[in-house]
Design a protein around this ligand. Structure first.
Ligand SMILES: Cc1cc2nc3c(=O)[nH]c(=O)nc-3n(C[C@H](O)[C@H](O)[C@H](O)COP(=O)(O)OP(=O)(O)OC[C@H]3O[C@@H](n4cnc5c(N)ncnc54)[C@H](O)[C@@H]3O)c2cc1C
Length: 416
């Protein structure tokens, strides 16, 4: 039960509808009429739905409600939900993360990390069924890529795949599988020859009933999301569930990382806007020494600095999403120049790194500017801060994002 720390009139001003109003004042100009309509409907849904969320329960009970509105993901068109693409997905992530960042994390793992391969590499009736089950929120998905001994170095995985007449047998152990302990479906990876991952990596949609077991890992900052250790116990996967045959699985892994990272950007931005706007509203009403604390430059100037950086990051993120939509997602695959793929890998990596780190900094700094109330459950900041703790490490840690950029920089000299 929440013990009241905050004044009622300040709590009332922190209503989600006010947060969204201020958000739209900041980002509204960056949206087309169609995107604005999408966001208005999404925000109306969230304002109505937020009081129905039971924070003492795991997030998964909310999946069907998201699914019925096409809000498990918006990277790809599914059924009548045609407002789709990377920018729509970012807008979805921003608004859902402002409502409930743990729910947003879990739905992103299910809808994007697990669901996207069904759009990009599907084509069988079995995969179409999985797609419908995931997108409707009736089933839960995850991606099981990272292994205990291979995190950043995930390509050199130990999970082994054996070719059978009608599919593949998977053996191996994965770790940090977001949603894993609750999941019905697992995008899985393994190699036919582990010494040759580039040529032999397989990607497949594995289901729990094929022979997967899981254990939950305790991750205190996201108590309502289950993250686990996943065991492929010699499971047999039929060809109809394979999304990347040997070698193609490797390409799929890397192509998938770009939209995955851009989707994580949406969550990071939502977390950051949530904390910042909460801080600004609260500080404009909280009085000390007879004045609102916002009237002290020690409070208002740092907020202004954070806002400059967050607005700039948001504008950049949207532009990258628009370019990804036009030049990759909605382009004919065979017409996409190599340079575009490379740029998308670099841009998604750099904006993911920037926004993930910024979300954490904004949550922490906002807490220092707001004072004690911000670490309680009286505002959204403490939960946002918790999820911001993991934004950098999910989707590839800081060192790996930096490695990608450093690698590109060191090759620049060859071009002159
Ligand atoms: C909460 C959470 C959820 C996650 N969800 C999923 C999921 O759903 N599915 C999934 O498959 N994985 C998931 N992951 C795994 C995540 O992608 C990995 O944690 C991440 O890739 C880093 O791997 P690692 O933790 O093994 O760290 P390590 O690879 O051991 O890295 C440790 C440190 O060394 C640095 N480092 C490593 N190599 C280099 C290098 N070459 N150059 C510079 N620095 C380097 C890293 O940046 C990091 O700082 C999740 C992780 C967490 C914590």
């Amino acid at each position: 039960m929440t013990v009241k720390v905050i004044k009622d009139e300040i709590a009332a001003k922190l209503a989600l509808k006010n947060m969204y109003k201020l958000l739209m004042e900041q980002i509204g100009l960056l949206l087309s009429d169609q995107e604005r309509k999408f966001v208005n409907e999404l925000q109306a849904f969230c304002i109505d739905y937020e009081p129905k969320i039971d924070m003492s329960k795991d997030v998964y009970v909310n999946f069907p409600a998201l699914g019925s509105h096409g809000y498990i993901q918006r990277l790809n068109q599914w059924k009548e939900f045609t407002d789709a693409g990377c920018k729509y997905e970012m807008l979805l992530g921003i608004n859902l993360a402002m409502m409930d960042p743990e729910l947003d994390l879990a739905r992103l793992a299910s809808g994007i990390l697990c669901g996207n391969p069904t759009f990009q590499h599907g084509g069988t009736p079995e995969l179409a069924k999985v797609q419908d089950e995931l997108m409707s929120g009736k089933k839960i998905g995850c991606i099981s890529m990272t292994e205990p001994n291979h995190g950043s170095d995930t390509v050199n995985m130990e999970a082994h795949v054996t070719k059978l007449d009608d599919g593949y047998k998977f053996d191996g152990t994965k770790i940090f599988t977001t949603n894993g302990p609750k999941a019905d479906y697992f995008i899985g990876y393994g190699c036919v020859d582990n010494a040759q991952p580039r040529q032999t990596m397989v990607q497949a949609m594995l289901s729990r009933d094929m022979g997967i077991t899981t254990e939950r890992i305790t991750i205190p900052v996201v108590p309502r999301v289950h993250i686990g250790k996943t065991y492929y116990n010699g499971l047999k996967c039929p060809n109809s569930m394979v999304t990347g045959q040997p070698g193609i699985g490797y390409n799929n892994l890397f192509d998938g990382l770009v939209p995955e990272r851009l989707a994580i950007v949406g969550s990071s931005l939502g977390i950051a806007w949530s904390a910042l706007l909460t801080g600004v509203i609260y500080s404009s009403m909280r009085e000390q020494f007879g004045k609102p604390i916002m009237s002290y430059q020690a409070v208002s100037f740092p907020f202004a600095d954070l806002c400059i950086r967050l607005s700039s990051a948001t504008i950049t993120a949207f532009r990258i999403a628009e370019i990804y939509d036009a030049k990759i997602l909605k382009a004919h695959k065979k017409d996409i120049p190599e340079a575009t793929w490379k740029a998308s890998a670099q841009w998604s990596s750099q904006i993911k790194q920037l926004c993930a780190k910024l979300s954490h900094e904004i949550c922490y700094e906002t807490q220092q500017l707001m004072g004690g109330v911000s670490v309680t459950d009286n505002t959204r900041v403490a939960q946002a801060k918790g999820v911001s703790d993991i934004q950098e490490v999910i989707g590839g840690s800081r060192g790996v994002q930096t490695l990608i950029l450093a690698g590109n920089l060191s090759k620049l000299i060859k071009g002159i």
